[in-house]
Design a protein around this ligand. Structure first.
Ligand SMILES: *Cc1c(COP(=O)(O)O)cnc(C)c1O
Length: 350
């Protein structure tokens, strides 16, 4: 027996087995679903991307349903909701989920509360148990995008969430080599509805991508431990740097999300954000680093940084905010790189 799961590259199967056609299943997906499902504590389905996983959950809602989402959650999720609302498919309300009372007020009559904690990119932390419980009291289902925390740091299903969504592209796969997504749920009825969405819409994962994600998952714990330790060091040093006006990292005692993160997370993660006074200075920092790469995406072994306000749907993101996905490099090398990029901001022109 081989140690690794096989990658079956076959669109069709001989009649008589469990799978008839490649859109219905694959042995590499099943292995990945088994692992992510066990980590989150539910049944998992993999999708072709994180946003396909988001879309599959949204598609389970009836026409005209109303969705409440954080105003600073991942821009792709809000872009999708805006697109669907623009075509009359559903309604949506953007709120500040760090205000649990206002969020639960906005949930009145809604079908789904979409949570993300910490948020991408501002690293806001919301009170997951309070929001999940309060939404359920009103009959509102709750989905949690757990991409930033991973199941090693936070388990939303254990807190009562109905769906957990992942961009597997990010920390779970961890090597910036695949685009993949996953949904995990406990209810068989919800999983059956999602299987239908996946089979009908065809947003399926490739077997090779699933294999690569399985390979990446094997080192998630050690990668995350190192990246998180690096993030903590960088966050504390960024706070001390004169060119930096604000640092967001739930591990900082001064962060507004710190107390909540201590309660609901097992660690503070590998994502942080910091601000310099304006977009021009943020661009200067991002283009001055040599080890940290100026690029989008996150969760790989290499440190990436980018100015998020360069995108649309980032209305609440400060112009000079730089999101940092901290990698597993030597932290002194990282600080030498980032620190000197910041020092250059203060240097006299010419
Ligand atoms: C990247 C990301 C997504 C979308 O995932 P893709 O794999 O890029 O489709 C969803 N949520 C969060 C928080 C993300 O960072």
């Amino acid at each position: 027996m081989p140690l690794n799961v096989g990658v079956v590259l076959s669109s069709t199967y001989r009649a008589g087995g469990d799978i008839l056609y490649g859109r219905e299943g694959n042995s590499a997906w099943s292995a990945l679903e088994d692992v992510v499902g066990r980590l989150e504590g539910g049944r998992c389905l993999v999708f072709s991307s994180g946003i396909a996983a988001v879309a599959a959950v949204i598609e389970t809602l009836p026409a005209g349903a109303s969705v409440v989402v954080d105003q600073g959650s991942y821009n792709g999720t809000r872009r999708l909701l805006a697109d669907l609302a623009g075509r009359g498919r559903l309604r949506w309300t953007a709120v500040d989920t760090t205000d649990a009372g206002a969020t639960l007020d906005a949930c009145r009559g809604a079908s789904l509360l979409w949570l993300e904690s910490p948020t991408n990119p501002k690293c806001d932390v919301c009170d997951l148990p309070a929001l999940i419980g309060g939404a359920h009291d009103q009959g509102v289902a709750v989905a949690v995008d757990n991409t930033f925390a991973t199941p090693l740091l936070q388990k939303p299903l254990e807190m009562g969430a109905d769906f957990v969504v992942h961009s597997v592209t990010k920390l779970l796969a961890g090597h910036s080599d695949v685009v993949l997504g996953a949904v995990v749920a406990r209810s068989d009825a919800l999983i059956d509805a999602l299987v239908d969405r996946r089979t009908l819409h065809g947003a399926i994962a490739g077997p090779l991508e699933a294999f690569l994600a399985l390979q990446g998952l094997r080192t998630l714990a050690v990668r995350l431990e190192r990246a998180q330790a690096n993030a903590s060091v960088l966050a504390h040093r960024l706070v001390e740097h004169p060119a930096v006006t604000r640092v967001r990292y739930p591990g900082l005692a001064s962060d507004p999300g710190h107390a909540l993160a201590r309660r609901q997370m097992r660690g503070f993660g590998s994502m942080l954000a910091f601000e310099v006074p304006d977009a021009g200075q943020a661009d200067a920092v991002c283009s001055a680093t040599r080890l940290a790469v100026n690029a989008t995406s996150l969760g790989g072994v290499e440190t990436l940084l980018e100015r998020r306000s360069r995108y649309g749907f980032e209305e609440t993101t400060p112009a000079g905010l730089i999101r940092v996905s901290v990698g597993i490099e030597n932290v002194e090398d990282l600080w030498a790189d980032l620190g000197s990029a910041l020092d250059a901001l203060g240097a006299p022109a010419g």
